[in-house]
Design a protein around this ligand. Sequence first.
Ligand code: AGP
Length: 614
Amino acid sequence: MCGIVGYVGSKSALDILLEGLTNLEYRGYDSAGIAVNVEGKVELYKAEGKLQNLKNITTAKKEHIEKSTIGIGHIRWATHGAPNTVNAHPHSCNCGRVAVVHNGIIENYKELRVKLEKDGCVFKSQTDTETVAHLVAKKYAQTKDLTEAVRLATKEIEGAYALAVIHQDVKNTIVATRRNAPLLVGIGENEYYVASDVPAIIKYTKNAMYLDDNQIVTLTPSSMKLIDIDGNSISQKIETLPWEPVALSKMGYKHFMLKEIHEQPDVVRNVLSGKLRAIDEKVILNEVTLNRESLKNLNRIQIVACGTSLHAAMVGKYIIEELCDIPVDVEPSSEYIYRKTVGDKNTLVIGVSQSGETADTITAVRQAKSRGSHILIVTNRPDSTMAREADSLVPVNAGIEVSVAATKSYMAQVISFYLLAIYIAEIKDSASKSILEKIKRELIILPQKLEKVLSHKDDVQICARKFANSKDFIFIARGINFPTALEGALKLKEISYINATGYTAGELKHGPIAMLDESMPVLAILMKGKVYDKILSNAEEAKARNARMIALTDSEDVKLDDLFESIIRVPEVDETLSPALAIVPLQLLAYYIAEFLGKDVDQPRNLAKSVTVE
Ligand code: AGP
């Protein structure tokens, strides 16, 4: 969370910074700011709230600001200090010559602040970041060298950071560094960019260098110098970025979320491509580097993840246990890291993350790694920090996901778990050929079924309008679709702010049923299979308490019409594959409710797409 961007070259920096921040807005939108150097003077422009507020301020002074060919920018998700203009980045020192933007948390900022205040530094904000600005200014006063000043400052700061720094006295120079927060440098012709993430720079260049922890880069229009924290020069590894700028367009959809929901049939095709070629062929998963013997010897699997990725992991647990006979524990990363977890070299630990930058999950996998477990990372960002921790890296290839509410990455993660489970089962010979072939067949035809669901989205829209003014929402399911209920509820909460909860249908009668009355919608995920009749009975129980009943089902049974006020029908699907199909109408339901209520669908309040703080 928080995004930083920087530019140094011969073009005007203003538009590049604002465009970069626009494409990083998914990382936070509590405030935004830029620092530029106009005619030899560092100037800061900041605004509380959405980036548009900053754009309004800079538009009014455009002619002046656009003279600067260097600048740094920031988009904030507040951690330390209220989301107001004073706490907005960039931050500066007493004399105003330094400007710093920061993503992360300076953990020892309190001690540093006390020391700096003793030395005469006057703090204006409540942020941890301002300590860095004062510290760099102090070190610069001693060394008269900005790179050295940043290097010495990073030796004193603890925590996580991606930093970009400019100084009024050091013309046309950005110094940037990172520790446990993402940062890359974009390389143009006689110009350089720095950014927290690819979308900020992909329009301008595909050549980039990812910084590693504790590396410091110094950029001028004509040079890029990379050193380590001890000041030694290090070689630069330039890569070609795999993204296309078009990935950042809404392609005619009103919101990124709607576009990303519609991309799911193709996402499934992408994930399967080259891995599942035919029903009678084995799944190919070369990314798994554990050898056959080690796979056969696995005695447990632990999966760590957060939010939507956690729900994908829960689906993964059902499939792996069903097909591979290996016990699987799924735990939120933020819980896993604060207790003694048991595991050894025969424990496979899977970290699941869209962004690959979620701090809790990174810590969890590092913890498991230090214990000797094999680390398998399922991520949409093979260029991420988490990916670098992987012994086995399984990229999910969903393409860049801009909407804060995850949709297509969930689909890609779930499909990856089917492939992983089949792959292990084929090695262990733990499931019958006919069962595996049935799942493979369903996987191959899943994109067509998803397309069918999407072509009936108007039905979901009608249902959304009917229930949009509900204060609360309950989702019930059993078995493999319990995670679907949780994910459906999470989507609704995130973007419409309606209090929604997913329950296992059997638990309803143990407490939550007390909440039911004529104002409470209960959405039952009623997919054909082992638990269909049981859920139907639970739905009857809810109906008897006057709840407003909605069914999401692949059954054509006309008797359902008496029980349910609204029915969302999807094509018939094998129970094992049903989570991949059933989630789509729930994503659409959340979308249409939020849209109907006029909420900010792609940038819901208080959220950020990648949560890089624990
Ligand atoms: C998804 O809609 C959420 N915004 C959020 O729960 C997210 O899934 C979670 O923060 C984990 O992110 P990750 O997958 O990038 O690790």
